[in-house]
Design a protein around this ligand. Structure first.
Ligand code: HEC
Length: 149
């Protein structure tokens, strides 16, 4: 009976589809925003957690040029101008095997305490002033790691 079907109550189907699409769109939009906020929101506002040290890499680069390049060289090959007569030679930071063999802690301790205190050559001088500046010390460690090839 096609006539009955034709008069059946039919709320505007276009409107309903549109409404559903709108709700879906809003729902998905909210979800996407929540995910974006979760992923990027936390890192954008990242501050140092209590006890965490953020390496000061900018100052470390300056200090490295003054204090470390004379021996370790500007390319990390241990061939700075003051290295010619040193035996053993300053560590080659570019050496991947060495980089893999040493921990961040060991690097920082060697820089702070010097080679002798770490059972290495006393030609690697201590930097006791960095004791009071952990961000700079951590920055130097980052600089040393940057030479890894
Ligand atoms: C007077 C020369 C000299 C200066 C200046 C110097 N070093 Fe060294 N450094 C050495 C020598 C020599 C060694 C190798 C020690 C060894 O292998 O026994 C070394 C080794 C190291 C090591 C590797 C330690 C290890 O466990 O293998 C690190 C890291 C390091 N130096 C960082 C620095 C940093 C950072 C500076 C600047 C703040 C610096 N050094 C300044 C001579 C120097």
């Amino acid at each position: 009976m096609p006539a009955v079907v034709a008069f059946e109550e039919k709320p505007n189907p276009i409107g309903r589809v549109f409404l559903h699409a709108l709700m879906l769109w809003a729902g998905v939009g909210c979800l996407v925003w929540m995910i974006l906020l979760l992923v990027f929101g936390s890192s954008a506002t990242k501050t140092a957690a209590p006890g965490e040290i953020l390496p000061d890499v900018r100052r470390a680069h300056e200090l490295f040029a003054q204090r470390c390049v004379p021996c370790h060289g500007s390319t990390g090959h241990g061939d700075g101008p003051a290295s010619a007569n040193l035996n053993p030679k300053p560590r080659q930071f570019a050496n991947a095997t060495w980089q893999a063999s040493i921990s961040d802690d060991q690097i920082e301790s060697t820089i702070r305490l010097g080679g002798a205190a770490m059972g290495k050559s006393s030609l690697m001088p201590p930097n006791p002033d960095l004791e009071r500046d952990p961000a700079l010390l951590a920055g130097l460690r980052v600089v040393v790691r940057e030479f890894r090839r």
